[in-house]
Structure formats: C-alpha cells, structure tokens
Design a protein around this ligand. Structure first.
Ligand SMILES: [Zn+2]
Length: 94
C-alpha cells in the first residue's frame, strides 16, 4: 500500500476542461539608495537572479468559473514538458 501522491498527466483542467495556465514566478529586486538628503533616490537598479523561484498553476477559468488551482508542491513539469497533477489525482486525460 502506497501513500505517495497520485500523479496524473493533464492536458486540460480536470474540473472543467479549460486550459491550464502555469505561472513561473521570478524574483526581481528594485534597489533604491538613500541619498545624502536622506530621501530615497528616484533612481533604482534592478537585480534579477534569473532563477525561477516557484511556479503555480490554475485553470484559465479560475477563479470565477472554476476552482482548479495548484500550488508549487501540487504539480510539476516533467522531462517532456508535460503537466503532472498531484492534486486532483485520478484518471488520466488519455
Ligand atoms: Zn477549470
């Protein structure tokens, strides 16, 4: 008996059949310096580590018409760029 999460490859939303939208969230910093006058500079530099911090996903119809959504630990993209659902486990789309 396994308690592992069920992993299901999805091509569409398991609840309504809509498209699944994966959002890759990047961390970007806007860096302001405090000037000699003591005020925050209007200039800033942007630093971006460039690495992907986290991805989330949701149905294209969410949240209005559909409640399907995945947190970072509830799905992943496999080596073939397929969406693997670990939340709404069950039957495959195939
Ligand atoms: Zn949906």
């Amino acid at each position: 008996m396994s308690f592992g999460k069920i992993q299901t490859i999805r091509k569409a939303c398991p609840l309504c059949g809509g498209k699944i939208v994966v959002s890759a969230l990047y961390q970007i910093s806007y860096n302001y310096t405090v000037t000699k006058s003591g005020k925050l500079s209007k200039k800033y530099s942007v630093s971006s580590p460039g690495s992907m911090e986290v991805s989330i996903a949701a149905c294209e119809n969410a949240p209005d018409k559909c409640s399907a959504a995945w947190d970072a630990d509830q799905f992943y993209i496999d080596e073939k760029d397929r969406f693997v659902d670990m939340r709404y486990g069950g039957k495959d789309d195939e």
